[in-house]
Design a protein around this ligand. Sequence first.
Ligand SMILES: [Zn+2]
Length: 299
Amino acid sequence: MATSFSDLQIDRVVPVNEFIDSIKNPIKKEMIAYLIEWSTSIYPLIRNATLNLPSEPPILRVSNELEPQAQCMEGLIEISSGLINYCLGIQFLDVESVLNIQANVGPMFFPASTLTWFYSHECFHIGRQHNLLLDHVEADPNTLRAIERDADLCAVAVLYRAYQAHFQNRLTDDELRKLVLYAVFWALRTLTDKPQLTHSRPDDRIIYATMKLAIVTESQSTSHVDVGMAWPETRARANSLFETLAAIDKSFRAANPDIVSDFSLRARLEEKANGVGDQSTEFWDAIRIKHSVLTGQRS
Ligand SMILES: [Zn+2]
């Protein structure tokens, strides 16, 4: 059952604490406070992963927009109450039955992961200085999608770091990556029917996230990253993660037979193999050197 927060009455954009204070229902208030705390608590991990972010996290504000939305500017992130409701309303299946991983997480773990992923995405727009890049390249739709892809992938990697810290050694590295994939799948899967203006399609975004999870190094201090998937172990990990993704998608479809959309991992992978479809990787490759020179960051 979807959770309704229609009694949230704000008529403007307010600081996040003011937003939380405005929630009358104590259970809702606690749930939302938990989501916000979990999400913003990973800011130090985000800072570790990029340059140019101050020690103080961006100011977080909440708007009364009902659609799930987030945006950022220097020092400021604005999320909609619709995004919070969206994260709380996702109907996650039991992860143990879908992935056979004994994660032992509470009911708020994946909703919090979802908001964390969106929050991180916005932080990386700031930290990766995408606005500076946009001062120097033409903001055509393909370039914008490439920049969104960069923020997506950084957010995937930092959620993996957050899970490493959260689960310590209770789960294997393989299990951690699968859990991150699970969280990102649910974050994006039901955005399918919403208009996607600057982002790639949700199925493409999930495919890129899967590839990122295959190449992100277990240790953050490892300098060489197998971006080209040249190593057999990277390819084996990618195969395993894509099998997991297919299993998650199958479970989602079985549990949601009424959701009709053109979301299709198989079709998008086939298009990608044939060199058509989403080109955000190629467009990022075209601007990555410029990004690296402008920002001094690994691109
Ligand atoms: Zn974005």
